[in-house]
Design a protein around this ligand. Structure first.
Ligand SMILES: C[S@@+](CC[C@H](N)C(=O)[O-])C[C@H]1O[C@@H](n2cnc3c(N)ncnc32)[C@H](O)[C@@H]1O
Ligand SMILES: [Zn+2]
Length: 290
């Protein structure tokens, strides 16, 4: 089995971590409650609000009485997930940043891939670990960490995947720059952010929802499908309609002189492969790093 620590690092100084989760560089000590390493340093106030938000309603969650075959069938219905799976080598080292409850990491966990599923929210990671046990998937490693100061070794992943995350950070361009630090030379970063146009219907629904104080949320197919699943319904409602920190692609891509080098430029559909991913108006772009 892969030594997980070869892919982890102290979030404070990037030093190596011992088997007791102590940093060889700065001596900082970490823990791994319930087998999930906690390599998260306290973030800025906005990131902390986002963490608490997802700790209260982990996203997207799992349906009750879930099974591996039902999970696989759900994944196979997503053309995006299938294309991604086909495009990634069988022995790739992958990190998913902002994995939420871990669906994509678990879907990609085939063949000899080594996958780290990282997120700010411990509650989300715990649901991911429970699902991995339920499905008997053992090569996804869940890690609690903040992408701004990740407990992950720089330049050590073939694929860095992050969907639905950058637009919930205080400065998406800086967050994207942090992702590019993790990929090896020649590796690929795949990032999914809200597409401004695709979000127009949601924005209209959200205006009605807010105007009626959430008594009416019109025409949302996901809420309708989840009417008998209160936890997942609530997670969707909060994530889509009540998020404390949200931007769209246009806002994510605004030029920021601090981070405008080619390695950190966030590419849109015109300069990189782009696909629609998920049902909430995200589009994903891939960036090859040299
Ligand atoms: C909308 S959810 C997306 C979850 C998953 N990627 C998906 O597509 O279903 C956003 C996730 O990003 C995580 N997140 C937000 N800011 C983060 C940060 N600074 N570092 C790591 N994870 C973060 C949240 O905790 C949350 O689980
Ligand atoms: Zn250290």
């Amino acid at each position: 089995m892969t030594d997980l620590r070869a892919f982890l690092a102290c979030p404070a100084c990037r030093g190596e971590l011992s088997s007791e989760w102590t940093c060889a560089g700065c001596g900082a000590r970490f823990t791994a409650p319930d087998g999930i390493p906690n390599l998260r340093l306290t973030g800025d106030p906005k990131t902390e609000i986002v963490r608490q938000f997802y700790d209260r309603t982990p996203f997207p969650g799992y349906p009750p009485n879930d099974t591996l075959s039902a999970f696989r069938a759900r994944g196979d219905r997503s053309q995006f997930a299938q294309l991604l799976d086909r495009a990634i080598r069988a022995d790739a080292r992958i990190v998913e940043i902002g994995c939420g409850t871990g669906q994509m990491s678990l879907y990609l966990a085939r063949a000899d891939r080594m996958i780290i599923a990282a997120d700010l929210s411990r509650a989300a990671l715990e649901l991911g670990v429970a699902a991995a046990r339920r499905y008997a998937v053992d090569h996804v490693h869940f890690v609690e960490t903040d992408l701004h100061r990740p407990g992950l070794k720089p330049a050590s992943f073939d694929i860095v995947y992050s969907s639905g995350v950058l637009h919930h950070t205080p400065n998406p361009r800086l967050a994207f720059a942090a992702l590019t630090q993790l990929v090896r030379p020649g590796g690929i970063v795949i990032a999914g952010v809200y597409n401004t146009l695709a979000r127009v219907p949601l924005r209209l629904r959200r205006a009605v929802a807010r105007f009626t104080r959430f008594r009416v949320v019109p025409f949302d197919p996901v809420l309708r499908d989840r009417r008998h699943e209160p936890a997942r319904r609530d997670a969707w409602l909060r994530d889509q309609y009540q998020h404390p920190e949200e931007r769209s692609q246009a806002q994510c891509s605004k030029t920021n002189p601090e981070t405008s080098s080619p390695a950190t430029r966030m590419t849109g559909p015109s300069s990189a492969g782009s696909r629609s991913s998920g049902g909430c108006g995200r589009s994903a772009a891939k960036v090859a790093c040299s």
